[in-house]
Write a protein that binds this ligand. Structure first.
Ligand code: SF4
Ligand SMILES: [Zn+2]
Ligand SMILES: [Zn+2]
Length: 310
């Protein structure tokens, strides 16, 4: 039986990239310590007022909320709430929503649930039937970002915390780099600048590997669902996941190195690709163009529908 490198108790995991075996207590402490450091680097909690967690009900956002609730428990000056977007995906969202409700109830925070149906009068199931499974995520991502931003503004949140972990972050960096989408690299969160109408995002788990987030959720009994969306089309991302996983297996610490390189060049990228000034779409949301992407996509869907009917 492997023993914890810190205290000699029974180890629950081996952290390959630093060679430590950790028991449950030390694994929890190790995750929480890095999340606290991330939050300190990403925002100044003093005067932040209200943080909303984008809670999908999956392990990462649930762990983000659990740890934030613990960190903020002694701070009566900071409100914490959760926002879940119900895209209208039968058989999938109900299950994740149920877990999200259990968690917010157990923590005792306000849980805002916003549906595409109420917001846009259409569900993702209806959109997917029109556009096909392959592009469903493109539509979903744009509409979800809009819902999240609008809801966060509506409830007076000054920052949105998302559940992106280290694996997600390393994959996104490599995907954008390989596609030469350098400008998009400059826009990956966490956001340090506040743009009018756009609620900045923080990523408390960005240095926590997916496996550690999963273990943390299991060990602390954080309710979460590992249900997969029926429209998930991760073909390209999976290629990067495989590549980075293989590199990590051969050279432990690769994901952290990708993140460290990215952080080192980020100030240069941000200086080079200055944020474009934003206009207000007729729906009220900020956009670099005249019309926001969500309104544009919804108009296209409605036009397609009208053409089918006529
Ligand atoms: S997998 Fe795609 S369609 Fe499903 S919830 Fe995520 S973004 Fe939306
Ligand atoms: Zn220990
Ligand atoms: Zn709009």
């Amino acid at each position: 039986m492997a023993k914890c490198s810190k205290c000699g108790e029974k180890a629950v995991t081996f952290i390959r990239y630093n060679g430590n075996h950790l028991c449950q207590d030390h694994l929890e402490e190790y995750v929480e310590r890095r999340v606290k450091t991330e939050i300190r680097h990403q925002i100044n909690l003093d005067g932040i007022g209200h943080i909303a967690v984008a809670l999908s009900g999956g392990k990462d956002s649930s762990v983000t909320l659990r740890i934030l609730a613990d960190i903020l428990a002694p701070r009566s000056d900071i409100d914490l709430s959760a926002i879940t977007i119900d895209e209208g995906i039968k058989g999938y969202r109900q299950k994740t929503l149920k877990k999200a409700k259990t968690l917010t109830k157990s923590i005792g925070i306000t849980h805002h649930i916003v549906s595409f149906k109420d917001e846009f009068e259409i569900t993702m199931d209806a959109i997917a039937a029109d556009v096909g499974d392959k592009t469903a995520c493109t539509f979903c991502g744009v509409l979800r970002r809009k819902c999240l931003n609008k809801t966060a503004k509506g409830i007076g949140a000054n920052v949105i915390a998302t559940g992106l972990n280290l694996d997600d972050t390393a994959q996104s960096i490599m995907m954008n780099f390989t596609r030469a989408d350098v400008e998009r690299m400059a826009r990956l969160g966490p956001h340090s600048k506040v743009q009018p109408g756009l609620i900045p995002r923080i990523q408390p788990l960005r240095s926590i590997p997916e496996k550690e987030a999963y273990l943390y959720a299991m060990l602390r009994n954080v309710p979460f669902s590992d249900e997969t969306c029926p429209y998930a089309n991760d073909a390209i991302r999976n290629q990067y996941r495989d590549m980075i996983d293989r590199m990590e297996a051969r050279t432990p610490g690769t994901r952290h190195s990708i993140l460290a390189s990215y952080d080192a060049i980020l100030p240069l990228l941000r200086d080079h690709f200055l944020a474009s000034s934003l206009n207000s779409c007729s729906c009220g949301e900020p956009t670099p163009k005249k019309k926001c992407m969500a309104c544009e996509l919804l108009e296209n869907i409605r036009e397609q529908d009208d053409q089918k009917k006529s």
